[in-house]
Design a protein around this ligand. Structure first.
Ligand code: ACM
Length: 524
């Protein structure tokens, strides 16, 4: 065989195999890059293809909201595929290339958010006990398609998914992030974009930090100066902003359509300078405080022995609770360094009664465990494990947000321009490499409701900057909350994460290209 012939044959084989790859796509479902990692995946070695004939079929008798989930999926798939998938609800039989949704209680082990995805060459069947499970399952379908599926313009495809079965459900019931809209204000469109990011990674809670020293961010009709005055400041002297009640309700609805619950936080008795500067009568000397636009903490406190304080808290909690379908109201409670401990305990106890009187359960930062907690209280562990343990000893559950691992506003390393570093530098492996159930010996799996990663906003003033801190840590937090710890390993995760670089980029997110991850590898 001469050299030229060999070269020609080699090139021909190369071309042929490339084309073949492109025509058939990946055929091993087990080699997926899904984040969070699914509980169980079985491959059958074939391929399913979306075509111009594909539709989304909603089984007759499904709850009405299932058609909405179909519309959500069609809204994700149609702009990039150009295939014009419709949502069929009239009992039409599924045909080749269709995606069928079914609600069924024959497999209760899937739970509230679990799903089963059976992919054959002909059909994808997505089954769940509850609509929330279908919604989580369609995120898996998105992630099984090439990253270009996230584009908002038509891409060439082909749109191929390997065949097999995925059975999947979350480890923890609470998986979320917190967004501080106070230190810098992020408006409704930014919050909705954040909700979309949570949805893609199967998170189910967005905690909104709505009040602090630097601003008050939600309209309270009975105390209008909170926003008329207190909404106009932010860190660094910017113009601030706030959500009208209509805008807040719209965010709650947008989240609910993605099976995400909003937890509103009014931080008190500390972190209250914006309220104290809006209403002189909340201050013991009857004088309004000056607005504050710095980043110190621990200097402000509501007057815990004044009845007007409790009238104020009652009005605020009542108005926000009425707009919030979720079970929990977050009362803050952190860093009240200028409140005497007896006053703090008295305050938290009274505020818990107020929250309960408006039909909500209490959650708060770990310091609230100094008070006498209600049986359904959730303590958000961020700083002091001893506080969380004090909560557990009272029968409370713990939400894990350890600042050394889960604070999304911490710098990645010493060279990161945005973010703070008082808790730690949190590289992408540090963010991933911890187990909520073993981090603190006295806090066991049975005590924990879930994982939440807070994003404080002292150093970020645009949502692009927020996204740089959020990504690529968010997918790791999502996986910690969803995937059993025994199935997780950084070495395996980092390969899957690399495959998300293109996806995240296609979503228009300027993310941190951690040197620990081999982004942009061909073939992943
Ligand atoms: C907090 O970071 N002060 C809860």
């Amino acid at each position: 065989m001469n050299k030229l012939y060999l070269t020609v044959v080699t090139i021909a084989i190369g071309l042929f195999s490339c084309q073949s790859d492109r025509a058939t796509g990946p055929t091993d479902l087990a080699k997926n890059s899904i984040i969070p990692k699914p509980v169980s995946v079985t491959s059958t070695g074939g391929t399913f293809k979306l075509t111009a004939k594909s539709d989304i079929i909603v089984m007759p008798g499904s709850p009405e909201e299932v058609a909405g989930i179909g519309n959500f999926l069609a809204g994700k798939l149609n702009p990039s595929t150009g295939l014009g998938l419709g949502v069929i609800t009239d009992g039409g039989k599924p045909g080749k290339g269709d995606i069928q949704f079914a609600i069924s209680d024959t497999d209760p082990g899937l739970g509230e958010e679990g799903y089963e995805l059976i992919i054959t060459e002909k059909l994808i069947t997505l089954t769940a006990v509850k609509p929330a499970g279908l919604f989580r399952g369609i995120q898996t379908i998105r992630q099984l398609l090439p990253p270009e599926i996230e584009s908002d313009t038509v891409q060439p495809g082909p749109w191929i998914i390997p065949t097999g079965t995925i059975r999947d459900w979350p480890e923890y019931g609470h998986r979320g992030e917190m967004l501080d809209v106070v230190r810098h204000f992020f408006g409704p469109e930014d919050v909705k974009r954040f909700i979309d990011h949570l949805a893609l990674y199967k998170m189910n809670v967005l905690h909104l930090h709505l009040s602090d020293d630097q601003g008050w961010r939600i309209e309270i009709k009975s105390w209008p100066n909170l926003t008329a005055h207190g909404g106009k400041t932010e860190v660094g002297g910017g113009e601030g902003g706030f959500f009208t009640q209509e805008e807040y309700s719209d965010i709650v609805q947008y989240a609910a359509e993605r099976y995400i619950t909003i937890i509103p936080e009014i931080d008190m008795p500390g972190h209250t300078n914006a309220a104290l500067s809006s209403y002189p009568e909340l201050n013991p000397d009857g004088k309004a405080k000056e607005p504050y636009t710095g980043i110190n903490v621990g200097f402000s406190s509501l007057d815990t022995r004044s009845e007007i304080t409790y009238k104020f808290v009652d009005d605020v909690v009542r108005e926000i609770a009425a707009l919030t379908p979720g079970q929990y109201f977050h009362i803050g409670g952190d860093e009240s360094h200028s409140t005497k401990i007896d006053d703090y305990i008295y305050f938290v106890n009274r505020v818990q009664d107020i929250v309960e009187s408006h039909g909500k359960s209490v959650t708060g930062w770990d310091e609230i465990a100094h008070a006498t907690l209600k049986p359904d209280a959730v303590v958000q562990y961020w700083a002091r494990a001893a506080n969380a343990v004090m909560g557990i000893n009272q029968g409370a559950k713990v939400l894990m947000s350890p600042c050394k691992y889960a604070y999304t506003d911490m710098k990645y390393d010493s060279t990161t321009v945005l973010g703070l570093s008082w808790a730690a530098y949190i590289e992408v492996d540090d963010a991933y490499n911890w187990d909520p159930a073993t981090l603190v010996p006295e806090i066991g799996r049975e005590n924990i409701v879930g994982v939440q990663a807070p994003l404080w906003a002292e150093t970020i003033s645009t949502f692009r900057e927020a996204e740089f801190l959020i990504f690529p840590r968010l997918p790791g937090y999502a996986e910690i909350g969803w995937t059993p710890a025994g199935m997780r390993s950084w070495d395996e995760y980092r390969v899957r994460l690399a495959a998300h670089g293109k996806r995240i980029e296609t979503l228009g997110i300027g993310f941190y290209r951690s040197p620990l991850v081999e982004w942009d590898q061909p073939g992943v």
